[in-house]
Design a protein around this ligand. Structure first.
Ligand code: PRP
Ligand code: URA
Length: 209
């Protein structure tokens, strides 16, 4: 069974409160998502392996550390996942970025795939699949299926807000993929929206409705 981590850092929780607020406009919403994505990237990379290196400072030789050559890949689920990419790249600028395009059919709530483009060396990379919302879990399960079908072996799932139903669904289908969240909410409503959630993440990010 995969693990679920909820990042309780005060800055993440504080900013999430503003993101949830229905009176927060598109510009501020986008900026806050970007900031929280950076903070979550800081937490999610905690276990990256380090190697010892030596570096010459202006004064002498220092025994120091650097990240031990792990190849990282980000895969935002379009559209809303895009809002988190730049914030993560600020901390991990060398990461390659793939894309999985999915939308949720409003009637069936099932994901429909319309685009996939991944880095060439899929098998060697550790991927972070990104989507602000984990609702029924259908989109995340499908995106991870899509990556695995193309050879990806190591993945983490990073979402802002999840419903318990979505977490269960991902754990059922992908017990090897750990889940990293800023909040675990109460439930889904009859339209498949997370309650209390933050509304439609894609529409709020891009100002569509
Ligand atoms: C939203 C969200 C997730 C998905 C979550 O995308 O960004 O991808 O719904 O729902 P699920 O867990 O029930 O699958 P949406 O389908 O609204 O598309 P968009 O990002 O293009 O707006
Ligand atoms: N997608 C969203 O954007 N919000 C939800 O609450 C559920 C799915």
């Amino acid at each position: 069974m995969s693990k679920v981590f909820v990042f309780d850092h005060p800055l993440i929780q504080h900013k999430l409160t503003y993101i949830r607020n229905k009176n927060t406009g598109t510009k501020e919403f986008r900026e806050l998502i970007d900031e929280v994505a950076s903070l979550m990237a800081f937490e999610i990379t905690r276990d990256l392996p380090l190697q010892d290196v030596e570096v010459e400072t202006p004064v002498g030789l220092a025994k120091s550390k650097q990240i031990a050559g792990k190849k990282l890949g980000l895969v935002p689920i379009l559209r809303a996942g895009l809002g988190m990419v730049d914030g993560i790249l600020k901390l991990i600028p060398a990461a390659k970025v793939g894309h999985v395009g999915l939308y949720r059919d409003p009637e069936t709530l099932k994901p429909v795939e319309y685009y996939v483009k991944l880095p060439k060396d899929v098998e060697e990379r550790e991927f972070i699949v990104i989507d602000p919302m984990l609702a029924t879990g259908g989109s995340a399960v499908e995106a991870i299926n899509s990556l695995k079908k193309r050879g990806a072996k190591n993945m983490k799932l990073m979402c802002l807000v999840a419903a318990p139903e979505g977490v269960e669904e991902v754990q059922k289908h992908h017990p090897d993929v750990d889940i990293y969240l800023a909040a675990m909410d109460d439930r889904l409503n009859e339209k498949g929206y997370i309650v209390p959630g933050l509304g439609d993440a894609g529409d709020r990010l891009f100002g569509t409705k």
